[in-house]
Write a protein that binds this ligand. Sequence first.
Ligand code: TXA
Ligand code: MG
Length: 319
Amino acid sequence: MSDPTEILPADVGGFAKAARLLAQGALVAIPTETVYGLAGDARSDHAVAAIFAAKGRPQFNPLIVHVADLELAEQIAEVSPAARDLAQAFWPGPLTLVLPLRPDAGISELVSAGHDTVAIRLPAHPVARAILRAFGGPLAAPSANPSGKISPTTARHVLDGLSGKIAAVIDGGACAVGLESTIISLDPPRLLRPGGVPAEALAGALGATLPQGGNAQSPNAPGQLSSHYAPGAGVRLGAAARQPGEIFISFGPGPAGDLSLSPSGDLIEGAANLFSTLRAADALAQAQGLATIAFAPIPDHGLGAAINDRLRRAAAPRS
Ligand code: TXA
Ligand code: MG
């Protein structure tokens, strides 16, 4: 049997223990403002391989490197003036920049899965930042869920998916943003994944539109496999009301749901509640023997674009 996963408190003792485990090459799930990340030393082939193994993640899907400051980002990647402007505007925070990987970066080749770019993020969560500082190096961290399943926004969610497969989880409470970071590449700017920073805010900062999708230098985020965030039940989108045999999730005023993403129709609250609501709905569907979770329509602007992206993937045919 594997060792049990230790639950560490979000205090100096917990941070020191987490940093010690990470320095030994072990994996620790940490809270970020977006979702919980499964952290390992980004410089260690052993630790990075263990991340892929614990998640059951395909090796072609590269990982995001988390850093404590812009200086470390600049040691790992070539940060152009345009990239630095964005970093200064949105870091720390839920923005990931895909940048040219420096040949002398010292990052495990497994992190970038053979690409000549690297995805970098400077998280805002005080616990993530304290651990990055205590560890003193770059941490590779995908979302701390089994590959293809619903991302975790509490320590409990992490344990539900990865208990016994990782050394520890730091319990930092629920994640405030609730869905993953926005990923962009630059030269020219492209939106690779909608997320916690609305695309409108990035377009405003860039003074340019932000087209979706990859380009020749930077392929579309390879992890954007169509089926993802999959609950056990099926998912129906844009539902006007509950149909027989469904769990109904409302948004804003309108027909009452079994659950609501946000009773007032607030997109920030909806994003924060998304993954925990999807988990709760899945448990309800299972308890009641229902096959489908139906979602009311969500406006497609601001964080609504990221919510709808995750819901489309949750609804996609499973492979
Ligand atoms: O908010 C977040 O971004 C969370 C927290 C833990 O930081 N992390 C996260 O990681 O969502 P993950 O592994 O679940 O998603 C990372 C995405 C994948 O779709 C991957 O394909 C993409 O980032 N990615 C990583 N490196 C890339 C690169 N060099 N070029 C394009 N996409 C990349
Ligand atoms: Mg993920």
